[in-house]
Design a protein around this ligand. Structure first.
Ligand code: FDA
Length: 398
């Protein structure tokens, strides 16, 4: 039987990174993945350029049943460490928006870098290869029944990721394995995902598909439980998307509303002053301050007189318009689901894991890293940073 110090299941971001470090520490490592292609999620990430980290990462950028769980790993393996690695491999990158770092050329460069690190650690990779069963051995360690035979591992690292985008290899294998070994699971749900609306209620806004603008967007009740982002929103045929909506989707609870400010309250004063200054029609004047399509649609939806010259527009109509724009309250019907989600919220419950080593508290030698764990980052490179940091913490502790 083949025997290894460590078998890592899942050759995505976290698995590749963990395997490389463990191999370079002198451990005999086998990396197994059932997909045909290595690290497909890295390949499609960041529009093909991989937003591989964020300059500014802290526990506040993550959702988890235990917000402190990620603290130690993030503090020990920081964005600066990953940036140093990227630079050592000669990968050019740039900052796009709020600390988000992307490859200048292609996400493939990150994959090649991770494979090179695995090569430097003498990591053996079996891919495609599936794992049918994992058993604890009486004398210690584990037996894994794989497509290429049974292997023995002193330690097993589960890095099988989350449920989004099943067509490129996502499975619930890691969650099922965790359950098999007695772990609790925080209910998985799609996060960083577009929101959908009742088709009838959405019909008036469907004409806005493709339109994007910066908004304040929030969800939750009461000051303490409200989450707010200032980011771009994108209208789609079925609902709302864009960075602001993806961010808020991770916090949104089904059955609750989302509040959006499409304009600032100061717009009311601006429009009232315009009454004495211009003969423009209401719709045309509003289009000076909002995208034209939004201005016209908004007036029509709210039954306001787009063709009335500004001097004739009533103050109460301006007040009603600005109230509707600054406090647009919508109730999503649902999300676009696993097909379109960027990450999984929920996962292996952190209460049963050690935050220093990512090890199971229930089964010695079993570890969980990356997205399969109940730690979910905001949009903007945070999820990859969690993959690197949890992988590094795990690999150092193997
Ligand atoms: P990952 O999904 O990378 O790897 C899991 C691996 O396990 C896969 O290779 C899979 O084939 C394998 N696997 C699954 N089941 C298995 C089984 N039963 N047996 C064997 N192998 C199995 N994040 C970010 O920070 N910046 C970004 O730019 C983006 N962009 C982005 C775009 C899109 C479209 C998506 C869907 C996601 C992102 N993300 C992102 C999120 C990011 O891709 C994600 O959080 C990390 O890839 C998670 O790393 P993991 O290694 O945990 O899982």
């Amino acid at each position: 039987m083949h025997s290894y110090d460590v078998v890592v299941v899942g050759a995505g971001a976290a698995g590749l990174f963990c395997a490389g470090i463990a191999g370079q520490r002198g451990l005999k490592v086998l990396l197994i993945d059932h997909a045909d292609k290595v690290a497909e999620k890295i390949r499609i990430s960041g529009g093909g350029r991989c937003n591989f980290t964020n300059r500014d990462v802290g526990p506040a950028n993550f959702l988890s049943g235990n917000p402190h769980y990620c603290r130690s790993a993030l503090a020990r393996y920081t964005p600066a460490h990953f940036i140093e690695l990227v630079q050592r491999h000669g990968i050019a990158f740039h900052e796009k928006h709020r600390g988000q770092l992307f490859c200048d050329d292609s996400a493939e460069q990150i994959i090649r870098m991770l494979l090179a690190e695995c090569g430097a650690g003498g990591v053996e990779r079996w891919q495609p290869c599936s794992v049918a069963a994992v058993r604890q051995r009486g004398e210690g360690g584990f037996e894994l029944d794989t497509q290429r035979g049974t292997v023995h591992a002193a330690k097993v690292v589960v890095a099988t990721g989350g449920l989004p985008v099943p067509k490129i290899g996502a499975t619930d294998w890691g969650l099922r394995l965790a359950k098999q070994f007695g772990h609790r699971i925080a209910e998985p749900r799609p996060a960083l995902v577009p929101l959908t609306f009742d088709p009838n209620a959405w019909a008036p806004f469907a004409a806005l598909a493709g339109l994007s603008l910066e908004v304040n967007i929030e969800t939750g009740e009461g000051k303490k439980n409200t989450t707010r982002f200032l980011e771009d929103l994108l209208f789609t045929h079925r609902g709302l998307s864009g960075p602001g909506v993806l961010q808020i989707s991770s916090f949104w609870q089904p059955g609750t509303p989302i509040r959006i400010a499409l304009a600032a309250p100061a717009l009311a004063d601006t429009l009232r002053q315009a009454k004495g200054r211009t003969q423009r029609k209401f719709g045309n004047e509003l289009a000076q301050h909002l995208p034209e399509r939004l201005a016209q649609t908004w007036l029509a939806v709210h039954d306001l007189p787009a063709d009335k010259p500004m001097p004739d527009v009533r103050d109460k109509d301006i007040a009603r318009l600005v109230e509707s724009l600054t406090r647009w309250t919508v109730q999503p019907m649902g999300t676009e689901g696993w097909r379109k989600a960027e990450v999984m919220a929920g996962g292996v419950d952190t209460r049963d894991l050690d935050s220093q080593t990512m090890a199971s508290r229930l089964t010695p030698g079993l570890h969980f890293i990356g997205e399969v764990v109940d730690v979910t980052g905001w949009l903007g490179g945070y999820n990859f940073q969690w993959a690197w940091a949890s992988a590094a913490a795990c690999a150092q502790g193997l």
